[in-house]
Ligand binder design. Structure first.
Ligand code: NDP
Ligand code: TDO
Length: 278
């Protein structure tokens, strides 16, 4: 059995869809990953073969203010999962982020590039990656700019704002690859099907700025009566610094599994098509 921890989250819900009957899900009502006794109770009872950790504290600005919570959920929680999965002979899949990089490389990041997080969220997720190594049988999958059904995300925020305003300012100096959580779940399945371990990057193909992403969301959603103005990250002045260029090179994933994520525009189009039904 595959245990999805954080199964009610945005990625967790897609993992439950993709793995179907092979998966069982737990979330905060059943397990608190910051509590070793809770992790041991659930894992020693259920004895999964694989644990996918999709639980995290993902509010990037929130992490900047709540450092201890960020380190506990995104860092220590992973240590507890790694130690306990090792104890029961299970594999640990840890989901991580482009925000472990500083965005100064100027070209897509490969798995071995040096991590240098700018924010507390990025630091806590890097701590989580390192803690995953407590279980030698681990798979770390880094992704970025996720959106999906049933989650708070940029696509849903833009569509909501379009109903309230006629003009928006969106940053045009941060570049990344918007990634559909469903496609990421398929990539994780492909990696597990091939028995892969170590670190992989998985994001939809191509890249864009948040501003360009917003414009494409409105174009595909048929929303013409909204103006999207450019804005710099400095002008937006959010509490947590973000990397300016953090696209992920996903060729290792393609080489080792034969699976490549579709271009981000196609994924977004499909997501918007399916959205009313979900
Ligand atoms: N969202 C994004 O843009 C990106 C996300 N990622 C990574 O992908 C993974 C999935 O992210 P996403 O689906 O957006 O996350 P969500 O925030 O949507 O879901 C996380 C889930 O974990 C639960 N959770 C929080 N704390 C604990 C805890 N202590 N014990 C057990 N469960 C807990 C949350 O419950 P509750 O809601 O009640 O707090 C929620 O159900 C994370 O590792 C994230 O860092 C990587 C790159 C981009
Ligand atoms: C709502 C809004 C956002 N923005 C900007 C702020 C930010 O730089 C960008 C996206 O906003 P978000 O709050 O969705 O971004 P953010 O929380 O930084 O998203 C990140 O989340 C974590 C969990 C990750 O791991 C990252 O890969 C990334 O997806 O758009 C505007 O410029 N105008 C707006 O009206």
């Amino acid at each position: 059995m595959i245990l999805v921890v954080g199964s009610k989250g945005m990625l967790g819900q897609e993992l439950m869809q993709v793995f179907g009957d092979a998966a069982r899900g737990v979330d905060l009502d059943d397990i608190d990953i910051t509590d070793l006794a809770s992790v041991q109770r659930v894992l020693l009872t259920l004895k999964p073969r694989i644990v996918i950790n999709a639980a995290a504290y993902t509010d990037v600005d929130g992490c900047q203010a709540e450092v201890e919570k960020a380190m506990q959920v995104n860092g220590e929680g992973v240590a507890y999962l790694a130690l306990t999965t090792k104890e029961i002979g299970a594999k640990l899949v840890q989901v991580s982020t482009d925000y472990i990089f500083d965005g100064k490389k100027g070209s897509p990041y490969v798995e071995d590039d040096l991590a240098s997080p700018l924010s507390i969220y990025g630091e806590s997720k890097l701590a989580g990656e390192m803690n995953a190594w407590f279980n030698p049988d681990h798979l770390i999958v880094r992704t970025q700019w996720l959106y999906g059904h049933g989650g708070k995300n940029f696509v849903e925020t833009m569509l909501k704002l379009a109903g309230e305003r006629s003009e928006l300012s969106v940053v045009d100096d941060q570049t990344g690859s918007p990634t559909w959580a469903y496609d990421l779940a398929l990539a994780i399945k492909a990696l597990l099907d091939k028995g892969c371990g170590g670190t992989y990057h998985a994001a939809n193909a191509g890249f864009v700025s948040w501003n360009g992403f917003a414009k494409e969301i409105f174009r595909l959603a048929g929303i013409a009566d909204i103006k999207v103005n450019p804005m710099s990250t400095a002008e937006l002045n959010r509490p947590a610094p973000r990397p300016l260029y953090s696209t992920l090179d996903c060729s290792k994933l393609a080489q080792d599994t034969g699976f490549a994520l579709q271009p981000w525009q196609q994924a977004l189009e499909r997501y918007l098509e399916l959205r009313p039904a979900r």
